[in-house]
Design a protein around this ligand. Structure first.
Ligand code: ZN
Length: 279
């Protein structure tokens, strides 16, 4: 196995996501309660908070914050950036048309050694894709599905009216309804990071700060839905190069408390940035 694939550090972040309002994470199908737009639910009816939804939101925050923290992001839209990460040397213009994308992928596939591939990726892809993944590289950040720990035990139906964009009045007969999970649902979530570098830790810390001050998830956020907050954040880590930590982790599955590791990394990055701005 190449040295680049070795696991040298794993960080686990856990906490509770508390919904302050009702939320709607759509299933793309009709709901069981005859609502036009159903929510994602388990077979037993409990609502689901998919890890992919959490990852998409986290990545979008990382992209929006990247410029202030000196990171490169290829595109603002995560669904696009995953497909089109390859950028030019100053990371500002992105290869977007399919033909050049194919050429670039061929160029990458033609590389023989792991070292060549690593160098190529670090020269040609953005910081965000290197952490969150792209078709050329696997992700090093993993989001569990939320574990539901508290909720109102029932789904509500909301009514909506289709508004005509031109006249700004309700279109006659154009009513729709959708399911929501009532306010105060709580999910436990876990985020795991593999081999984060010292530049990535501050970025993760910054996005977590946004999550802790509150954000919106799911559909109908313009109608006030999906307001959620991260609480009870806990950070643990295991350093595989520290024999005592590794032994304790492998034998007991206990990671070491990492306290304010993330906040400290953000603080020192901001201090360095601030000094360079005022110099
Ligand atoms: Zn990218």
């Amino acid at each position: 196995m190449s040295k680049h694939n070795m696991l040298n550090r794993r960080i686990k972040i856990s906490g509770n996501l508390i919904f302050e309002t009702a939320f709607h994470i759509g299933s793309g199908k009709e709901g069981e309660l005859a609502a036009k737009m159903g929510i994602l639910r388990e077979a037993d009816g409990r609502p689901i908070l998919p890890g992919s939804t959490l990852k998409g939101n986290f990545r979008a925050f990382a992209e929006r914050l990247s410029e202030y923290l000196g990171f490169t992001a290829c595109l603002m839209d995560s669904s696009l950036s995953e497909k089109n990460c390859v950028s030019d040397e100053n990371f500002r213009k992105t290869v977007v048309d399919e033909k050049s994308q194919k050429t670039v992928e061929k160029e990458f596939q033609a590389l023989k050694t792991e070292d060549e591939k690593i160098t190529w990726l670090s020269n040609n892809t953005c910081d965000i894709c290197r952490l969150f993944g792209s078709p050329l590289q696997s992700s090093r950040i993993f989001f569990s599905d939320g574990t539901l720990t508290r909720w109102g035990q029932r789904i509500q139906i909301r009514d909506g009216v289709c508004i005509d964009r031109d006249t700004e009045t309700a279109r006659p007969g154009a009513k729709y309804d959708f399911e929501v999970v009532p306010a105060e649902a709580v999910f436990e979530v876990t985020i795991e990071l593999e081999n984060p570098n010292d530049r990535e830790l501050p970025l993760i810390a910054a996005v977590l700060a946004e999550w802790e001050s509150g954000f919106r998830l799911g559909g109908f956020t313009s109608r006030g839905l999906g307001r959620v907050k991260l609480t009870d954040k806990k950070v643990e880590s295991v350093d595989y190069t520290d024999f005592d930590q590794l032994k304790s982790y492998l034998l007991t599955k206990q990671m070491a408390e990492a306290g304010s590791l993330l906040e400290d990394s953000l603080e020192s990055m901001l201090r360095v940035e601030g000094e360079s701005k005022h110099a």
